[in-house]
Each structure stands twice: as structure tokens, then as C-alpha cells.
Design a protein around this ligand. Structure first.
Ligand code: 2AM
Length: 222
């Protein structure tokens, strides 16, 4: 009935506890600040500016997007495909309100978004929708053949006019290149980890030590 409809949230996800939100934001800012100063980045700056010789301040370039979280299912209050089925899943009900430890294993930057890759455990994958990667196949064709959970991420910022849904697509694009055997260009060993360039403004920093982020599985209504 109509009551059930209203109870479906905008989205479900893991919400990082406030103690770790600051840590993740700081790490991301440090990374952007450092990336901005690298000669290798300057060489490819045109990916971000569209013009040669123009400088970019990455810390200003991206806008933060509210509470840090890793979306599991975007429901759009029941309008998204599979939203109701997801909301009614026993695992979703059972784990609702539970705290998990997410492992943030990489940071990535593109001219559109900056995000953190989340490497999900077997248990966390129980909350991951079966079609999350396939759903992206119209934009990133190779996504359908990537392992379940590949799209899991935390959006850290978006360029002006870019919607956060783009962050997961940018991550899938990088993972698809890796799967096709493109090694990317290992640019530098940074303190935080190794930095690889995948062309077209796509940068990936594999963290030497993944960030352990406690997060509560819950939902968001505007
Ligand atoms: P995000 O997971 O990359 O941050 C509200 O817009 C939240 O739902 C955001 O966190 C956003 O992106 C996510 N979102 C929006 N549209 C989506 C979609 N079509 N598929 C998956 N996630 C979506």
C-alpha cells in the first residue's frame, strides 16, 4: 500500500562515523595538494583545464557532498528499479543499524570526481545489490564483467555541475582498464601509496595502508 512506498528511502548505505570522516577528508585533501604539485600531474593538467598553460587548484576544483558514505542501493524513494526488493531483503533488515568496518583501499581522481575505493568483505557483499555493476554497463560496457562490489566507493567531491553518481562510474572505468590489462603508468611512490595514471585525467592512488573506516549501515531520506 501507499505507506510502504513512503518508507523506502532515497538510498541505503554505510555512513562513516564522524570520528573517521575528518580523517578521510584530511587524507583526501593531502592527496589532492600533493598531486597538484607533481610534474607528472602538471604534464596532464589539460585534462582538467581544457587549456594548455592553465593552472588548476585541485582543492578548490572539487566540492564536498555532505556526509561521507558508501551507497549500497540508490532507491529514489522506491522509483529506482529493484528498490522495493532491496528494502525488503532479510539481510538488509537484519543488518540495519549495525556498524561495519569498511576498508578504503585506494583514492582516485578524474576531471569529474574524487573518491575512495571500498574493498568489501564477504559479509559486506551480502548487502551489495546483484545488479549494481551491470546497471552501469550502458555507460561503462566492461562493468558487467567486473566482480561484484567493484563499484563500491565513497564520493569525496565532485567538479562543478557533476552529480555524485558519476564517482562510481569513474571507478568502474579505471577498474575496467585494469581488467583489460592496461597497467597504467606508474608515476610515483608517494608516502600514502603508489600513484598510477590511466590517461584522460584518471589517477589512482593505491593506499599502502588501507584506511579502516567504521560505518553504520542505514538509510537516507532528505
Ligand atoms: P554516490 O554513491 O557516488 O555518492 C544520493 O544522490 C546518493 O545516491 C549519492 O551518494 C549518489 O552517488 C547515489 N546515487 C545517485 N544516483 C545513483 C544511481 N543512479 N545509482 C547509484 N547510486 C546513485
Amino acid at each position: 500500500g501507499p505507506l510502504e512506498e513512503v518508507s523506502i528511502p532515497f538510498y541505503f548505505g554505510w555512513f562513516l562515523l564522524s570520528s573517521v570522516q575528518d580523517k578521510v577528508r584530511c587524507t583526501s585533501m593531502d592527496f589532492l595538494k600533493t598531486l597538484d604539485t607533481l610534474e607528472a600531474f602538471k604534464k596532464h593538467m589539460i585534462d582538467f583545464t581544457g587549456k594548455a598553460e592553465k593552472e588548476v587548484d585541485l582543492e578548490q576544483y572539487f566540492e564536498a557532498k555532505g556526509t561521507l558514505h558508501c551507497t549500497t542501493k540508490f532507491c529514489d524513494y522506491g522509483k529506482a528499479e529493484g528498490a522495493k526488493e532491496y528494502a525488503l531483503k532479510p539481510t538488509v533488515k537484519d543488518f540495519y543499524g549495525s556498524t561495519f568496518e569498511l576498508s578504503l583501499s585506494a583514492l582516485f581522481v578524474t576531471p569529474r570526481t574524487v573518491g575512495a575505493r571500498v574493498s568489501l568483505t564477504e559479509e559486506q557483499l551480502l548487502l551489495w545489490p546483484d545488479d549494481a555493476e551491470k546497471e552501469a554497463a550502458s555507460v561503462v560496457p566492461a562493468a558487467a564483467s567486473l566482480p561484484l562490489g567493484s563499484r563500491a566507493h565513497v564520493t569525496l567531491g565532485c567538479a562543478e555541475g557533476v552529480e555524485p553518481v558519476q564517482t562510481g562510474l569513474d571507478l568502474l572505468e579505471i577498474l575496467a582498464l585494469q581488467q583489460e590489462g592496461q597497467q597504467g603508468e606508474l608515476v610515483e611512490e608517494m608516502e600514502l601509496g603508489s600513484l598510477t595514471y590511466y590517461g584522460e585525467g584518471r589517477w589512482l592512488l593505491s593506499l599502502r595502508e588501507p584506511i579502516c573506516a567504521p560505518a553504520c549501515f542505514s538509510s537516507f531520506y532528505t
